[in-house]
Ligand binder design. Structure first.
Ligand code: 4NP
Length: 154
């Protein structure tokens, strides 16, 4: 399985999702490729936000080595599953993908935890540390569902 996590900046939410899913896949003995990207490209080359790093590390997951990158059309061909952290992200993904956008492999991340509810992982960018804790918790629980759902497809 090759899974891509996508948010706006690829510095707050999707780096946590990449780190958590990689960690859980490894623990489960799954040889998955997990990456993340952002729709806006504003932070290309930058490490995750320090609070995303802090909250992840306090849960035993080091995401400090990640580098932000922008989503490209090629990603729609290279990954098996592409998750949008929020509805606005999904709309931008369609714009970037154009005719390469593949709706069969793309969905809202929180649909895995709350099917049919179209929920967003809240953007913690303008808030404080507690927002990042909330985001981590949502991502952690959703990644458990993803591991369970796809663990037959090594
Ligand atoms: P992310 O958070 O999409 O979770 O990485 C954001 C980071 C920066 C901005 C928006 C969201 N921004 O507009 O600068």
């Amino acid at each position: 399985m090759k899974i891509l996590m996508v948010c706006l900046g690829n510095i707050c939410r999707s780096p946590i999702a990449e780190g958590v899913l990689k960690y859980k896949a490894q623990l489960a003995g799954l040889e998955w490729v997990v990456e993340s990207a952002g729709t806006n490209g504003f932070y290309n080359g930058e490490a995750p936000h320090h609070l995303s790093q802090k909250v992840s590390l306090s849960n035993g997951i080091d995401i400090s080595g990640q580098k932000s990158r922008q989503l490209t059309k090629i990603d729609f061909h290279q990954f098996d599953r592409i998750y949008a952290m929020a509805n606005d992200v999904l709309a931008y993904m369609k714009e970037i993908g154009g005719k390469d956008y593949d709706e069969t492999k793309t969905s809202l991340f929180l649909d895995e935890l709350y099917p049919g509810e179209f929920r967003d992982v809240p953007d913690p960018w303008y808030g404080k540390e507690d927002g990042y804790v909330t985001v981590f918790d949502l991502i952690d629980r959703t990644c458990d569902v993803i591991i369970k759902k796809y663990s037959e497809n090594k």
